[in-house]
Ligand binder design. Structure first.
Ligand code: ADP
Ligand code: ADP
Length: 232
């Protein structure tokens, strides 16, 4: 379970101070796919980054799998974050490393021995359907393939949670459908809890079990969405 308790976050100071997140509380069930929608600037991306304390809230608590991340710092926080993968709209691959090299990064940071690392990289690349692209650099990959590499990289350390920031917003509809299939597959077969920030209603309604709506830094409502489970 991911539990946000009265989290607030402002940027800037003085007359320039801006309340990006305003006392948001939210519980996300283990094993669910949870969507966060709202207009541009509503605070969706900031809220997602608060879930792994990439953005530290000014107040409130973030609890993931029973661990209060907001009470951690330094190495403890880095270690706790290994159970939380993240993907982005523009993939954020390292351009001078191959697909293999990108997926290897989190395993290198976790000091996984080389033999285990090689096995794991091949395993996750196979899981996203890219075992034959291991040697290619990002520039040689399509948008959908880049996002699959990013997903493989996020899964390398076997996280229990995957945070997705506009994961399909730079992809065409057909490629989007493929990525949503991968995310569904990760949720169903690995039991990974998935949080998806998106401004695309079809994406959120097509895949999410529950959806939270944000407006001006506030969470205005959360609804259950049975279509997410029923489909595919
Ligand atoms: P959304 O993802 O819904 O588009 P964001 O979470 O990106 O919204 O942004 C919410 C508000 O917080 C926006 O007004 C944005 O400009 C502001 N904001 C986000 N990150 C920062 C930052 N690092 N510094 C200053 N302002 C920021
Ligand atoms: P990068 O340039 O991103 O570091 P490399 O392709 O050079 O990535 O690979 C880094 C390490 O991983 C090297 O030791 C390489 O031999 C090994 N490696 C690369 N691709 C594969 C693969 N498909 N299977 C097994 N090991 C690989």
């Amino acid at each position: 379970m991911i539990s946000l308790q009265e989290v607030s976050k402002s940027f800037g100071n003085g007359s320039d101070r801006y309340q990006a997140i305003d006392a948001v509380s939210l519980d996300i069930a283990v094993g669910s796919i949870h969507g966060i929608i709202g207009a541009s600037g509503a605070g969706k991306s900031t809220l997602l980054r608060i879930m792994n304390v990439l953005e530290r809230p000014d107040s409130g608590r973030v609890v993931v799998n029973g661990q209060e991340l907001t009470s951690l710092g330094g190495r403890q926080l880095r270690e706790a974050r290994r159970s939380i993968g993240m993907i982005f709209q523009l993939f954020q691959l390292v351009s001078n490393r191959t697909a293999y090299g990108n997926v290897s990064i989190p395993l290198e940071l976790a000091k996984v021995p080389k033999a285990d690392r090689m096995k794991r990289v091949q395993e996750v690349l196979r899981f996203v359907g890219l075992e034959d692209k291991a040697k290619l650099y990002p520039a040689r990959l399509s948008g959908g393939q880049k996002q699959r590499v990013a997903i493989a990289r996020a899964l390398a350390n076997s996280p229990s949670v995957l945070l997705c920031d506009e994961p399909t917003s730079s992809l065409d509809p057909q490629t989007t459908a493929g990525i949503l299939d991968v995310l569904r597959h990760i949720n169903r077969t690995l039991g990974v809890t998935i949080v998806i920030v998106s401004h695309e209603m079809e994406v959120v309604n097509g895949i999410c079990d529950a959806v939270s709506v944000m407006e001006d830094g506030r969470l205005i409502r959360t609804y259950q969405n049975n279509a997410g489970r029923a489909e595919a």
